[in-house]
Design a protein around this ligand. Structure first.
Ligand SMILES: [Zn+2]
Length: 394
């Protein structure tokens, strides 16, 4: 299976300068790609991938406004074209319904003050002993926090908004199956928690994380009070970026531990299919928890492949929070503030979220379940995570 391994890297001042230039060129090429495709789309013109690349790289280099593109590694520019093509394709597939999950919007233009990155395939980098050689940048010092499991097929060099640099390698890793066990579990996103299991466990976010989130909000308020373009604003932005990294790292760590525990303790983990939850969720639950939930689901899926467990998404017609998990009677819509209800048919009292998780576990056997009218089996076995350009996994 393909996974990402991420290490902190320490470029020299000269390398930082050269990286900044490469990031800038890759960003411009990426944005130019989107613009060229948007224009072609608006004019009803069909444009091939090679033509896009020719216009934004080869031809652009010959113009005075874009001549500086010639100063950086062209492999990074070609990859930027590929990334833009992928982002555009994802958007189109989502529009036409070919892509599962929630609708995604037009790909965002890359911005200067955000995280910067370049992606390189085998012809753009090599490992020189303990150092990472990047085309036109040189040998960069790496902190090898753990050994690479295999020779990487690509690397993404990243500068986070807080100024730290990372290298994220895509590597092949062999599965290490755990001894089988006979427990199974259903998991659903909770209204005010990260996840709820069919065993009745509520997995919340730990207190230290909430404290960090409060600090982030504070830093963001401070930033909004600073004058545009001022030195204090730049400092405040840096502070926000640092707190943001701390929150992100804690969230990821917590999600990793939760996912590992679910996979270790259970032979199979079931979660509701996203395309259903996208319709069924209220705005409130969606905005607050969905980012954390999809991260958790992604990690559970990844670990299921790694440890030889089953992960499946259950597609359902009926909203899981409205159906009694004891007798199957549908009891109608319930407003958000209703956390507990009693089934009128069998008299069982349910916690709203736990009941939904139980229904998800029960739904595993019902293979006739379809999702959103598409004919799709209720069980979709775990597949290795694609080595794409996912922000969260890079
Ligand atoms: Zn009932």
């Amino acid at each position: 299976m393909q996974v990402r391994y991420r290490y902190r890297i320490y470029p020299s001042p000269g390398q930082k300068q050269m990286l900044a230039r490469t990031f800038g060129c890759a960003r411009v090429v990426y944005n130019d790609c989107l613009r060229v495709r948007d224009e072609a789309h608006a004019n009803g013109e069909k444009i091939s991938d090679t033509e896009v690349q020719r216009r934004v790289v080869t031809l652009a280099k010959q113009t005075p406004e874009r001549a500086w593109l010639g100063e950086v590694a062209s492999v990074a520019l070609v990859q930027a074209c590929q990334d833009a093509r992928r982002a555009y394709r994802n958007w189109f597939d989502s529009l036409s319904g070919q892509r599962k999950g929630r609708r995604i919007g037009h790909p965002a233009f890359r911005r200067k003050h955000h995280r910067q990155s370049i992606r390189l395939t085998r012809n753009g980098f090599t490992l020189h002993g303990r150092r990472l050689y990047v085309a036109k940048i040189g040998d960069i010092r790496v902190k090898w926090s753990r050994p690479l499991p295999s020779v990487p097929s690509s690397v993404t060099v990243i500068r986070e908004a807080d100024g730290r640099y990372y290298a994220s390698f895509v590597v092949e890793r062999a599965a290490t199956p755990l001894p089988a066990c006979d427990r199974e579990i259903g998991v659903d996103v909770g209204l005010s928690s990260l996840a709820v299991t069919s065993d009745g466990e509520v997995i919340g976010n730990p207190r230290f994380l909430r404290a960090k989130e409060r600090k982030l909000a504070q830093a963001q308020r401070a930033l909004s009070r600073k004058q545009k373009g001022s030195a204090n604003r730049a400092k405040a932005r840096q502070r926000v970026a640092v707190v943001h990294r701390k929150v992100r790292e804690s969230q990821l760590d917590h999600a990793h531990k939760t996912a590992l525990r679910l996979i270790r303790d259970n032979q199979a983990v079931y979660a509701e299919d996203l395309c259903v939850s996208g319709l069924a969720r209220t705005k409130l639950a969606r905005s607050v928890h969905d980012a954390g939930w999809s991260q958790l689901v992604r990690l559970v899926q990844e670990k299921a492949v790694q440890y030889g467990r089953t992960f499946a998404r259950i597609g359902r017609f009926e909203p899981t929070s409205q159906v009694c998990s004891a007798c199957g009677v549908k009891d109608g819509r319930k407003p958000l503030h209703i956390r507990q209800w009693t089934c009128p048919a069998c008299g069982t009292t349910h916690d709203r979220d736990v009941n939904a998780a139980k229904n998800i576990l029960a739904g595993r056997a019902d293979k006739s379940n379809a999702c959103g009218g598409n004919v799709r089996p209720g069980l979709a076995l775990a597949v290795p995570g694609e080595a794409g350009t996912h922000r969260s996994s890079a």
